[in-house]
Design a protein around this ligand. Structure first.
Ligand SMILES: [Zn+2]
Length: 538
C-alpha cells in the first residue's frame, strides 16, 4: 500500500510544475518561450482576451495580465479566444502525457474519435464507456485539463476548423461539415462570436478557395505537430518492415496507405518535417466528414500525442531503463491504423517472422480486401479487409495453421458483434480480459493488441521473449516473465513505452536476427498458439 503511495508521489513529482499550474513557473516558461511547455501550457491575456502558446512570438504580456491553463479548452472555457499569430490549434496535442489519469487520456482519444459529436452523443455515454460515473469524469477533466469534456470537444471542433481555414483551400461549407458543425450557419455564428469576424477573414490572403467537392482529388494538406524529440528513423523502420503490399508503402521518408472508412475509400500520405517538429499529412478522401477521424488515426499511428520527455523522466528512474532512454530519447510506441486490422496482424504474425507476418497479411488482403479501382498510385491498390469481409472469407488457401485461421474468424465475429471492441475502456486489465474472451487470443496477443490498437499506454506483454531478452541486457541473466512483470510495476502507467525501449535494445543487440523472437519460439515446443510469444505468465 505504502509502495503504491510512493509510486503515486513519484508520478506526481514529474508533473509537479504543471499540476497544479504554478503561475511563477509558467511565467518563466513564457518569458523564455520555452518550447518544452508547448502543448502543456496556454496563457490567456486578460487585457486582450486572447490566449497563446508559450512560444508565441508576440511580446510577453505583464505577469498580472496572464492567466495560465493546462489546455486550450480551459482557456476557451474561461472566455479567451485563440491567437491568430501562434495558432494554438497547431500546438502539439499531448493527450498521453497527462500521466496521473489514464481515464482522461482515454477520454481524450474517444473525443478525438468523435465520441461527443453528433446528436445522440452525451457525457453519460462517454463516462459509461470509460467505466466511471459522469460526475467523476467531469471532475477528472477539470482536474487535469481545467475544462469539461463538452468544452474539450467544442474546442477541438473550432481549432480543427481554424486549421483547415488557415492551411487548406477547402471551401467554407466543406470545412463546416468536416469539423462537425452540422450547419454552415452554426459554424459562421461560432466563429463570429469567438473571433469577431467571419471564418473567411481568417484565411490567408493568398489562398483562394477551391470549388466544392474537389477535396477528394486534390487532397487536404495538414501539418500535425509533435513535441520533440521524435525518433523518426525508428518509426520509419517499423512501418517499412510491416508495410502490407497493396495497402501501404514506404518510399524514402514518405509513408502512404489506403483508407477505408464507413464504406468510402481514399489514401493518406505522411512525410516528416523535422525542422518544423511536425508531420505533413495529405489526405485524399471523398467525404470531408471523415477528416477528423482520419487525422486522429494518423496521430495514433505516429504516436504524436506522447510527451516522451515526461515519460522518459519517469522510466529513467529505473537503472535498467535509464541508459536505454538516454540512447533513444525520441522513441515512440507506434499505433495501429485500425483496431481490427492491428488485431488481425497480431494473429497472422504469431509464430512467424515479421516478414512472414507481412506476407501473410498481404495474402489475406488479396483474398478478401477491397480493390481500389483506377488510382494515380499504382502501389496502393487494396483496402485492408473489414471484419465482415474476413468473417465471410474462405481462408483455406491462407498459408497458416487451421487453429489460427479459426482465431481470425472468431476475431472477425467478435468485432462485428461488438463494434467498440478495440476502443479503450476501463483499465488495461479490463481491456485484456475482454480480448481474451475471444477464442485463440492469449495473454500476449491481448496485451499486444491493447498496446498497439487500443493505444493503452500501460499495456505490457511481460511474457514476450524480446522483452525478456532486452531486460536481461547483452550478457545478463534473462528475468522470468513473473520477475519482469513485478519490476514493471514501477514503470506504470507507461509500461508500453518501457516495452518499446526493451524491444529496441533487443533488436539493436541482434541486428542480424530481426526476427529472432520467432525463431527462438520455434525451438521451444512448450509454447502454444494461445500463449503467442513464448512462456505464458504463471
Ligand atoms: Zn500568440
Amino acid at each position: 500500500m505504502s509502495e503504491n503511495r510512493e509510486r503515486q508521489r513519484r508520478r506526481r513529482a514529474i508533473f509537479a510544475p504543471m499540476d497544479p499550474l504554478d503561475p511563477e513557473a509558467c511565467y518563466r516558461a513564457l518569458e523564455t518561450r520555452d518550447g518544452r511547455f508547448d502543448g502543456r501550457l496556454f496563457v490567456g491575456v486578460t487585457s486582450t482576451g486572447i490566449y497563446c502558446r508559450p512560444i508565441c512570438p508576440a511580446p510577453t504580456a505583464r505577469f498580472e495580465n496572464c492567466r495560465f491553463f493546462a489546455s486550450a479548452a480551459a482557456a476557451q472555457e474561461a472566455g479567451f479566444r485563440p491567437c491568430l499569430c501562434c495558432r494554438p490549434e497547431t500546438a502539439p496535442e499531448l493527450g498521453a502525457w497527462r500521466g496521473t489519469s489514464n481515464t482522461v487520456a482515454r477520454g481524450l482519444s474517444l473525443i478525438a474519435d468523435g465520441a461527443l459529436d453528433g446528436e445522440s452523443a452525451s457525457i453519460e455515454t462517454l463516462a459509461a464507456r470509460l467505466g466511471v460515473g459522469e460526475r467523476q469524469l467531469r471532475r477528472l477533466f477539470h482536474q487535469h485539463l481545467g475544462a469539461s469534456p463538452i468544452t474539450v470537444a467544442q474546442t477541438r471542433r473550432i481549432l480543427f476548423a481554424k486549421q483547415l481555414i488557415h492551411d487548406t483551400r477547402m471551401p467554407m461549407a466543406e470545412i463546416a461539415m468536416a469539423a462537425g458543425f452540422g450547419s454552415v450557419r452554426r459554424f459562421n455564428e461560432t466563429f463570429r462570436q469567438l473571433f469577431r469576424r467571419p471564418p473567411s477573414a481568417l484565411r490567408r490572403r493568398a489562398m483562394h478557395a477551391l470549388p466544392e467537392g474537389v477535396t477528394a482529388e486534390t487532397g487536404v494538406q495538414l501539418r500535425l505537430s509533435y513535441r520533440p524529440p521524435y525518433d523518426w528513423p525508428a518509426m520509419r523502420a517499423y512501418l517499412l518492415a510491416r508495410a502490407v503490399d497493396g495497402v501501404e508503402r514506404v518510399d524514402g521518408d514518405i509513408y502512404r496507405r489506403t483508407v477505408l472508412h464507413e464504406g468510402e475509400i481514399g489514401t493518406v500520405e505522411v512525410a516528416h518535417l523535422p525542422e518544423r517538429a511536425s508531420l505533413a499529412a495529405t489526405i485524399r478522401f471523398p467525404c470531408v466528414q471523415a477528416l477528423p477521424a482520419i487525422v486522429a488515426r494518423i496521430r495514433r499511428v505516429f504516436d504524436l500525442a506522447a510527451d516522451v520527455t515526461a515519460i522518459g523522466a519517469h522510466l529513467a528512474q529505473d537503472a535498467l531503463l535509464a541508459p536505454l532512454i538516454a540512447e533513444r530519447p525520441g522513441l515512440r510506441a507506434p499505433g495501429g491504423w485500425d483496431g481490427f486490422e492491428l488485431a488481425v496482424r497480431a494473429v497472422v504474425g504469431q509464430q512467424v517472422t515479421v516478414e512472414g507476418g507481412r506476407q501473410l497479411a498481404g495474402q489475406l488482403v488479396r483474398l478478401c480486401g477491397t480493390p481500389l479501382g483506377q488510382r494515380d498510385d499504382p502501389a496502393l491498390t487494396m483496402a485492408f479487409p473489414t471484419a465482415a469481409q474476413v468473417a465471410a472469407a474462405d481462408l483455406t488457401r491462407l498459408g497458416m495453421p487451421g487453429a489460427r485461421k479459426s482465431t481470425l474468424h472468431a476475431l472477425a465475429k467478435a468485432a462485428l458483434a461488438e463494434p467498440q471492441l478495440f476502443q479503450p475502456l476501463g483499465s488495461v486489465e479490463h481491456t485484456v480480459a475482454r480480448l481474451r474472451t475471444i477464442r485463440g487470443i492469449g495473454e500476449w496477443t491481448a496485451h499486444y493488441i491493447a498496446l498497439r490498437a487500443v493505444r493503452e499506454p500501460d499495456a505490457f506483454p511481460a511474457s514476450d521473449i524480446g522483452l525478456l531478452r532486452g531486460a536481461g541486457g547483452r550478457d545478463g541473466p534473462r528475468p522470468s516473465p513473473a520477475a519482469l512483470h513485478d519490476r514493471a510495476e514501477s514503470w506504470r502507467p507507461w509500461r508500453a513505452y518501457a516495452a518499446q525501449h526493451l524491444w529496441a535494445a533487443d533488436a539493436a543487440s541482434r541486428p542480424e536476427r530481426d526476427a529472432s523472437k520467432r525463431s527462438e519460439r520455434k525451438r521451444r515446443p512448450r509454447t502454444s498458439v494461445e500463449g503467442g510469444r513464448v512462456l505464458r505468465l504463471p
